[in-house]
Ligand binder design. Structure first.
Ligand code: GAL
Length: 827
């Protein structure tokens, strides 16, 4: 009897495994070459001399940096330029232009007779031509979008050859795009009765405290007339795996190939940035009682409303976007997707108080959206930086007419079940906004979004405010998003029907970590001799403004629903205001530098966005040999309302935040020059004279009680290396990363703020050295080589796990100073 039961169980298990879908991510065993050779699609082609790589792979991030990589002779009209000039580092000065081929030999053991197969690319940069077993199976030009092809007719169970040709054009981008198969590639094998890629659409039409209604549409593909025998069973599970409700549905003749199922969840736990609660709808398809496919749709329950004049509500509570714009690159890792690196970026942002991300200016990696679901970040998913009218000669304008709808449909279908996604953005500063034809395009794109996903609002990043109002590009949008132009907000609010405004892009402030310039004043487009911008956070672009110019609007007016700061992190390319200056090749806009180290501005945003958490940050550093007796202003970024500053024990006075500096009171040139708005948010001692020693700040609460204090000391000679890791236990999955901050400090542990020593890295045990970055936008050292110089005393080195468990030893050494070791554990 026992044997019989065992045999039955085995047969049942086999039946299940035959019918279950399989999704295999094709990461290992790829071959890569930069030579353009169509013969590479042939099985007998000799790729022995090609480079062995794993995917995700960004072929260009290894450099070297070169002034001749995509030098652009252009005028940047968006920044107000009227004459073309040479912009050498605009796309990062990395070798992304040209052709690259990837080849992968693989078996598809699940692909037995009667099966269906799809290949899904999360993104391929760019102009992907995909060949399987010698046949061209598809083409997708836009490098940021996900796309998939049905490969059933071409796939074999054994000895398949997948070949992908990618080509990036010069003058196709305004920033570093990355190159190659920089996102994951998946093989999906299903039964011929199956749910297609992105085949479910789940909405929550009613969200109340007591109950929520869930509506699930499931598409099914099947041969012949099987529909009358199809049954879809779906259970909804909560985060503990408990079934909270279920539903069985049968396809009827009128449904053709879409099931509709409705559910009620009692006392639902709602998704918010603070409580990112998720649910799963787990579906099974049966034909005559036989399981054919399974599919899980992860979702959250939340309701976002925007009320004219009043503001934005999430689940009935007012909130504003405390958002950042993020480019897709991961600094020293380039565009190659890595979950651990994205998670670190998002956690650093959340710690600052961020509740929203804008994926500027293109479709994000699925890993980013999944992490935003899990960590609690609202996302504005952006799609295009160009429509018909070019910003770049070879930009998206060359594809727009033919591909825009297809591109939009893919991103909408891909991410319309994700609770983090709260808004679609159809364009960033597209020049078309300024003409009537452009308004029609805006309407067309918004209509596609509404057709595919009636539940989400649509926006666009407008920079030509007056033109967009005139042509109605602005008035047709669900939500008006302005890029900068804070001085036009009030007028636009009065003229536009929406009676709501969002800062879709704000506060392009330039700064370099740990770098300060004198005299301290508000500057516009300032190019400084050291090719760096000032950490006093008063340098900004002529088209832009400082952080406080946005704070006052969103604090003083309900109809301002929040902002997305340009940018959370520095990114590769666009070294404004040093476009014309070599070797600048990465941005200075970031609140956090390219290495992931916070600049001073981080604490300004944190103090404002997390008012109940303590922030007490002093700038600048206090090691200024040669500045003795010179005016060296001190700024304090704090959530506390007042503070007193002491230099070597002598009080420099107590300052309170000046709350009388309302938007209205300060809406003029003179107020800007006198930093009146800054006085509401920063504590600034402008006349302090430098003397070496200690600066101390004591913070007071609103009743005048001393609540906290902090000191910064003049550093002595470089004495030792200090190491700290974002985590010391990592996953032995061959992909997890630890980010190790390397600092040079004096004998008392004070950071040596001008240390620029070269550091050598060695990694042994169950991991490898992956890359390093020091956050200096002028640094030409290659990220992947195990040596890098410190910038302003610091850098970050990245260690990657192997697939073996065990200890990893990271060692950093500096000539004349010594060595430091840090041990990680890979599990
Ligand atoms: C905006 C643009 C961004 C970036 C930024 C720099 O106009 O949307 O992509 O270029 O300016 O300030």
């Amino acid at each position: 009897m026992k044997r019989l039961l065992l045999a039955i169980t085995i047969i049942l298990l086999m039946a299940c495994s035959i019918h279950a879908r399989t999704k295999t991510t094709l990461t290992k065993g790829w071959k890569f070459s930069r030579t353009d050779n169509i013969e590479a699609i042939k099985q007998d082609f000799d790729d022995a001399h090609w480079q062995s790589v794993s995917v995700p792979h960004d072929w260009a991030i290894y450099g070297p940096f070169d002034i001749n990589n995509d030098p652009q002779f252009v005028a940047i009209e968006q920044d107000g330029e009227t004459h073309a000039s040479l912009k050498p580092g605009r796309t990062g000065a990395l070798p992304f232009v040209g052709v690259g081929w990837y080849r992968l030999k693989f078996d598809a053991k699940d692909f037995v007779a009667g099966k269906k197969a799809n290949i899904l690319f999360d993104g391929a940069m760019s102009n992907a031509k995909v060949y399987l077993n010698g046949k061209e199976i598809g083409y997708w030009p836009y490098g940021y979008n996900s796309f998939h092809f049905d490969i059933t007719p071409y796939l074999k169970e054994k000895d398949n050859l997948l070949a992908v040709r990618l080509e990036n054009y010069p003058e196709s981008s305004r920033w570093y795009p990355g190159a190659g198969l920089y996102r994951n590639v998946h093989l999906i094998v299903t039964d011929e009765v199956h749910i297609p890629v992105w085949g479910t659409y789940l909405t929550t039409p009613v969200v109340e405290k007591e109950y929520a209604k869930v509506k699930l549409f499931t598409s099914v593909e099947y041969p012949g007339k099987a529909y009358s025998r199809l049954v879809l069973k779906t259970v909804i599970k909560d985060m503990s795996g408990k079934i909270v409700t279920e539903n069985n549905a049968q396809l009827t003749k009128t449904d053709l190939n879409t099931f509709e199922q409705n559910f009620t969840i009692k006392s639902p736990s709602l998704w918010t940035p603070d409580t990112p609660v998720l649910y799963w709808a787990e579906s099974e398809i049966y034909v005559d009682g036989v399981l054919k496919d399974t599919y899980a749709t992860r979702f959250g329950i939340r309701k976002l409303e925007i009320i004219p004049n009043k503001g934005m509500l999430l689940n009935g509570e007012f909130l504003k976007f405390k958002g950042v714009c993020l480019h897709h690159d991961l600094g020293p890792l380039g565009a190659a997707v890595n979950t651990s690196a994205i998670r670190r970026q998002l956690l650093i942002m959340k710690e600052m108080g961020v509740n929203a991300v804008r994926t500027s200016h293109n479709m994000p990696a699925p890993e980013l959206i999944e992490l935003c679901d899990e960590l609690g970040l609202m996302v504005m998913v952006e799609t295009f930086d160009e429509w018909q009218t070019p910003k770049m000669k070879n930009g998206y304008n060359i594809y727009f007419n033919e591909w825009a709808e297809r591109d939009l449909i893919n991103v909408l279908h891909h991410f319309r079940n994700n609770p983090s996604v709260v808004m679609w953005c159809i364009g960033n500063e597209v020049p078309d906004q300024a003409n009537y034809e452009g308004a029609k395009i805006a309407r067309w794109l918004q209509d596609i979004c509404h057709r595919e996903d009636p539940t989400r609002l649509v926006t666009m990043g407008i920079d030509q405010v007056q033109n967009a109002i005139k042509t109605h590009s602005a008035s047709i949008l669900d939500v008006v998003g302005f890029n900068y132009r804070t001085h036009l907000y009030k007028k636009a609010y009065e003229e536009l029907p929406q009676q709501i405004l969002m800062g879709s892009e704000t506060a392009s402030t330039f700064s370099s970590r740990g770098t300060y310039h004198f005299p301290v004043e508000r500057t516009i487009n300032r190019v400084r001799e050291d090719n760096q911008s000032s950490g006093y956070d008063l340098d900004c672009g002529s088209w832009s403004n400082l952080p406080e110019d946005d704070f006052v609007l969103h604090d003083d007016y309900d109809w301002c629903i929040g902002e997305f700061v340009w940018t959370g992190f520095d990114y590769l390319g666009e070294p404004t205001p040093y476009h014309e200056v070599w070797p600048n090749h990465s941005s200075l806009f970031g609140i956090v530098d390219l290495a992931g180290l916070p600049k001073d501005r981080y604490y300004l945003y944190r103090s404002h966005w997390r008012p109940t958490e303590e922030t007490l940050h002093i700038l600048p550093h206090w090691t200024w040999p040669g500045r003795e007796g010179k005016v060296t202003p001190v700024f304090v970024y704090t959530n506390h309302p007042a503070a007193e500053l002491f230099i070597n024990g002598k009080s420099q006075g107590r300052i309170s935040k000046d709350l009388s500096m309302t938007e209205k009171e300060t809406d003029n040139e003179q107020a800007a020059r006198k930093l009146k708005r800054q006085k509401r948010y920063r504590l600034m001692w402008m006349d302090v004279k430098y003397e070496p020693g200690a600066i101390k700040v004591i913070a007071y609460d609103k009743d005048g009680n001393a609540v906290s204090e902090k000191e910064v000391h003049t550093a002595g000679r470089p004495h030792k290396i200090e190491l700290s890791a974002d985590k010391t236990v990592i996953d032995a999955n061959g992909q997890d990363l630890a980010f190790i901050t390397v600092k040079v400090v004096d004998k008392d542990g004070n950071l040596c703020p001008e240390a620029s020593h070269s550091v050598l890295f060695e990694v042994s045990g169950a991991g490898t050295f992956r890359a390093a970055s020091n956050g200096d936008p002028t640094n030409l050292e290659q990220f992947h080589l195990p040596r890098m110089s410190l910038f302003k005393g610091q850098l970050v080195a990245i260690v990657q796990s192997d697939e073996d468990t065990g200890n990893i030893v990271f060692e950093a050494s500096v000539k004349g100073i010594g060595k430091a070791k840090l041990e990680l554990n890979s599990k």
